[in-house]
Design a protein around this ligand. Structure first.
Ligand SMILES: *Cc1c(COP(=O)(O)O)cnc(C)c1O
Length: 368
């Protein structure tokens, strides 16, 4: 890491463990790993390669471009594109052997027209909106749409799926309503045995014990996170994401001196202050200004002043921290840990967003 002063460590050993633990939990259901948004910040291609080696069954991405990147990296697993598409993307979706989400008659006809014109077939999953209110055909229309696509020669129906809106709130009444709407729909259409039915995400696995259907679509859980703390049954599934840096500057500052942009922090006493070469330009949220903390020499130290694009300051008055010391922004140091969940709480968001904020400016280092 000589060329970098700050970096992200991804623990592939633990990732493999997480995958094995999930496999044993889901038994014979297929495991679809969601690698959208750069595999939740962990690195699209590297994560997909491990997934392929570990015999995960499916990958899911949000859009065409993410699918193309996987195919160009020679990933052979089936890839489901969860989002929608425009007519000028159909050619590549088919040529790159990506499985298309059909979420309306309109979208079905776009694909059908293309396939008829160029004599192609395509693999699809029918998306039913049982209550998420995002994309997906209404359950009432879904019956006729299903019959329609079944009659067209160009469609290979690989799956039928839906997505829960409030699965992280165990007691929310919409959960069972959505599940029932999906089940009623499936009972009416009686899909072929080979059609993969799927509805479960991380929150579903955390909160519901039964009926995982034929496949689970998981992003957060394999990366050891969730919008809340993981339940006891997943206690051995751990985060694999750390953010690390090295102290780049040290100074002693007198009492009553302003630190960083806007002087949102004024020293209350003579202080020892260090600078860390990470900022919101890397994806370390500016909301952590004067709120977050980091680990240096096995202790937590507060961030002081506004986080800049490339650097921020930390008060280390209680330690003799110095230039070159390892800094942990997320992850473990000695017996202390700063979790993604803690950072998310401090930023008033969820762990998912914290992971996605980290861009390519910090290199990913894979520990194996
Ligand atoms: C992202 C996504 C998932 C995975 O959600 P997690 O909470 O990360 O497990 C599943 N299904 C759909 C449709 C998604 O967009």
């Amino acid at each position: 890491m000589l060329n970098y002063s700050s970096w992200i460590e991804v623990d592939l050993k633990q990732f493999r463990k997480n995958i094995l633990l999930i496999k044993s939990y889901i038994k014979d259901a297929f495991f679809c790993l969601c690698v959208k948004a750069n595999a939740y910040g962990h690195g699209l291609i590297e994560i997909a390669k491990v997934a392929e080696n570990e015999k995960v069954d499916y990958l899911a991405v949000a859009n065409l471009m993410e699918g193309i990147k996987l195919r160009e990296a020679n990933i052979k697993l089936p890839i489901l594109v969860l989002g929608t598409f425009h007519d000028d993307q159909i050619k590549d979706l088919i040529d790159y052997d990506l499985e298309i989400t059909i979420s309306s008659y309109f979208k079905a006809k776009l694909v059908q027209d293309y396939c008829t014109k160029y004599n192609k077939k395509c693999k699809i999953h029918l998306k039913v909106d049982t209550g998420m209110g995002r994309i997906g055909v209404k359950p009432t229309t879904a019956i006729s749409l299903y019959k329609y696509i079944k009659d067209q020669k160009c469609f290979i129906i690989k799956g039928i799926y839906s997505h829960l809106a409030c699965a992280d709130q165990k007691e929310h009444p919409i959960n069972n309503i959505q599940i029932k709407i999906f089940d009623d729909f499936l009972n009416k259409i009686k899909p072929d045995k080979s059609t993969i039915l799927h509805i479960a995400n991380t929150a579903y696995l955390c909160n519901f014990e039964n009926d995982l259907k034929d496949m689970v679509r998981l992003g957060a859980l394999p990366f050891g996170c969730y919008s809340k703390d993981l339940p006891k049954k997943f206690e051995n599934i751990k985060s694999i994401f750390s953010v690390k840096s090295k102290v780049s500057y040290f100074k002693v500052v007198e009492k009553d001196k302003g630190i960083s942009y806007g002087y949102s922090f004024i020293t209350k006493a003579k202080s020892q202050i260090v600078t860390i070469p990470v900022g919101y330009g890397d994806g370390y949220s500016r909301s952590l200004s004067n709120i977050g903390s980091v680990l240096i020499r096995g202790k937590k130290h507060p961030i002081i002043g506004t986080i800049c694009m490339d650097q921020f300051m930390v008060d280390v008055s209680n330690t003799d921290a110095y230039i070159g010391d390892e800094v942990v922004l997320i992850g473990r140091q000695k017996d202390k840990e700063i979790t993604i969940k803690e950072i998310a709480d401090e930023c008033k968001t969820i762990s998912y967003e914290i992971l996605c904020l980290f861009n390519e400016r910090l290199p990913r280092v894979y520990i194996d």
